[in-house]
Design a protein around this ligand. Structure first.
Ligand code: CA
Ligand code: CA
Length: 251
């Protein structure tokens, strides 16, 4: 090869370098999601970008699904510019992306191991019925309460009336993904207990024992309202007389 040819080649190389365009390197980004990792690549300037996942060209943004196990993916990208003087490339940028396995999704809670059950709170004026279920409080478990076939609040408050009333309750335990379980209960809510006039000792009867109780209340200056039989605001001998009259009248 002559010196002239070498010189010519040298000048050609210099000329090609002179016209060469240095493209900026693309930047690969990864957005981590619960189900997908999304890969994208950007470059400053108006250049085409080619992106590859494990050497296979992909469209961007490219969503990589998370699978049952951890996986590594080699992402590579370069920018390209086509001009009349030729095609110019940036460096190839590579990034190893570790995509972890899908996180375990919370499973529905365990099926209620027992049927729903009831709790009855007996009060002087109200009865309260509550339907429970094991594991209640879990977001997957709920309990519905029906009274005589109608959906009611749980707990359900019943006001006692002047008569005994029977109610039939049904409770349904619901757990996502399973069949509902139900239980039934009938209860009689007794009538309000009317106070027995003159019954000072609380045995529901009126007799000589109540006179003793009342006298003791007077002697001990116990002015409880229940001892004020004649309603004059005081507990005195007048109440004893009223009580004796009551006993005589009753007999
Ligand atoms: Ca009594
Ligand atoms: Ca009195």
């Amino acid at each position: 090869m002559t010196k002239k040819v070498l010189l010519f080649l040298l000048m050609l190389m210099m000329a090609s370098n002179f016209f060469a365009i240095n493209l900026p390197d693309p930047v690969i980004t990864v957005e981590e999601g619960e189900e997908y990792y999304v890969v994208d690549a950007q470059v400053e300037g108006d250049y085409e970008i080619s992106v590859f996942c494990n050497n296979r060209q992909v469209e961007t943004p490219y969503a990589i699904p998370r699978l049952d196990d951890d996986r590594d993916y080699l992402i590579s990208a370069y920018a390209r510019l086509q001009t009349d003087d030729g095609c110019f490339y940036s460096n190839i940028v590579e990034l190893m992306v570790q995509v972890p396995a899908l996180e375990e999704q919370p499973q529905p809670g365990p099926y209620p191991p027992h049927w729903p059950y009831f709790q009855v709170t007996e009060g002087d004026r109200y009865y309260t019925v509550t339907a429970h279920c094991i594991e209640e409080g879990s977001e997957y478990i709920s309990v519905r309460l029906y009274c005589d076939g109608i959906l009611v609040d749980n707990p359900y408050i019943i006001e006692r009336t002047h008569e005994d009333i029977e109610y039939v309750f049904e409770a349904w335990a619901h757990c996502d993904g399973y069949e509902d379980l139900s239980a039934e209960m009938a209860i009689v809510v007794p009538a309000l207990e009317e106070p027995v006039s003159g019954d000072m000792n609380g045995d529901k009867e009126v007799g000589i024992a109540d006179v003793n109780t009342l006298i003791n209340a007077i002697l001990s200056s116990n002015g409880e309202e229940k001892y004020d039989l004649n309603g004059d605001g005081e507990v005195t001998v007048a109440d004893v007389m009223a009580l004796i009259n009551l006993i005589i009248w009753a007999n």
